[in-house]
Design a protein around this ligand. Structure first.
Ligand code: HMG
Ligand code: MG
Length: 288
């Protein structure tokens, strides 16, 4: 039997958060409901952040309330602080995520905190989630390159990954936020991170700005990673990462993994439909 590699669908959150047009809640719900038919185990659908910082995610509670939950699918939400955590729990998120950075410049721009301050903020969130049995994922942004600070030292990524794991995150997602990673830099970063976190607790989250995400997934597979984040239709970008156009497309990751002999458990036809729906939701020439 082919080995399973999981794609964690990011479209409704990372995919849409940067869209300028405020997308009606019903459209977001329709996208999530279609994605729920594709065979994902985890879909990130919401983000309980400041609506002043990310207006597109302001209706996260309504999205979670409106979707039809498929059995076996966990619907995830970003939670930067206790306020976000409480809102995510009230809205019925099945898992939450804290999100930090391996570069000080991005940490400051994205969550208005230093790396150390952000970890302090995450601590009560992780503890509160654990107390009610809610899984917490940890993101690290700018694992190879930062739009503000330049190249990232792999040792810093390893340091933050180790810390997030020890604080209680069940998985660490390694973000090439601006899609400038190369197979060599991703490999060097993984070399450092794997010294402190095992491959089965890591995920690759590679934006495709420079068209290298699939090559970066290849080297990550060789290093033993078996979870990758992607967004249908290649939607997305981060509002605080200039030039962070496009998550790698779920369809492309699925096809690449199939070509390499892995099983994703996903229905390609549903992915195609969801990709089409996602592309229609984007405004023309969004600020990429
Ligand atoms: P701050 O300004 O330092 O904090 O923001 P604050 O506590 O002073 O709050 C500012 C305002 O936000 C206040 O409102 C708070 O009430 C409100 P005001 O008094 O001005 O009217 N507020 C909230 N509102 C709703 N929900 C909350 C919340 N918290 C405070 N949870 C903060 C700090 C973290 C809130 C802010 O910086 C923020 O929301 N940042 C979010 C940035 C973001 O969402 N970025 C995109 C996601 S990360 C990403 O895409 C990368 C990833 O994909 C991986 C990769 O690709 O690398 C994950
Ligand atoms: Mg991202």
């Amino acid at each position: 039997m082919a080995e399973y590699v999981e794609i964690f669908e990011m479209g409704p959150r990372d995919g849409l958060q940067n869209e300028k047009r405020l997308i009606p809640t019903e459209e977001k719900i329709a996208l999530v409901d279609l994605l729920s038919e594709a065979g994902f185990r985890r879909i990130e659908v919401a983000s309980f952040v400041s609506p002043k910082w990310v207006p597109q995610m302001a209706d996260s509670a309504q999205v979670l309330a409106g979707i039809t939950r498929a059995p076996g699918v966990r619907y995830a939400a970003l939670t930067p602080n206790m306020r976000g955590f409480e809102a995510a729990v009230a809205a019925g998120a099945d898992e939450i995520a804290v999100f930090g950075s391996a570069s000080e410049g991005f940490s400051r721009a994205n969550i208005n905190a230093s790396i150390a301050e952000s970890i302090d903020r995450f601590e009560p969130v992780i503890a509160a989630a654990k107390a009610i049995g809610l899984p917490v994922r940890g993101y690290i942004s700018c694992v190879t390159d930062c739009p503000y600070d330049g190249p990232t030292d792999p040792a810093t990524v390893a340091y933050v990954a180790d810390l997030l794991l020890k604080k209680g995150c069940y998985e660490i997602s390694l973000g090439d936020t601006i899609g400038q990673g190369r197979p060599e830099t991703i490999d060097a970063m993984l070399d450092a991170v794997l010294d402190v976190v095992p491959a089965d607790k890591l995920a690759g989250h590679y934006h495709d700005t420079a068209g290298r995400a699939l090559a970066n997934i290849d080297v990550s597979l060789a290093r033993g990673l078996r979870v990758f984040d992607a967004a249908v239709g290649g939607l997305g970008g981060c509002p605080y990462a200039p030039g962070a156009a496009g998550n790698v497309a779920t369809e492309a990751v699925h096809d690449r993994l199939n070509e390499l002999g892995y099983d994703t458990g996903l229905d390609r036809q549903v992915l195609e439909k969801a990709g089409e729906m996602a592309r229609k939701m984007r405004e023309d020439k969004a600020d990429v």
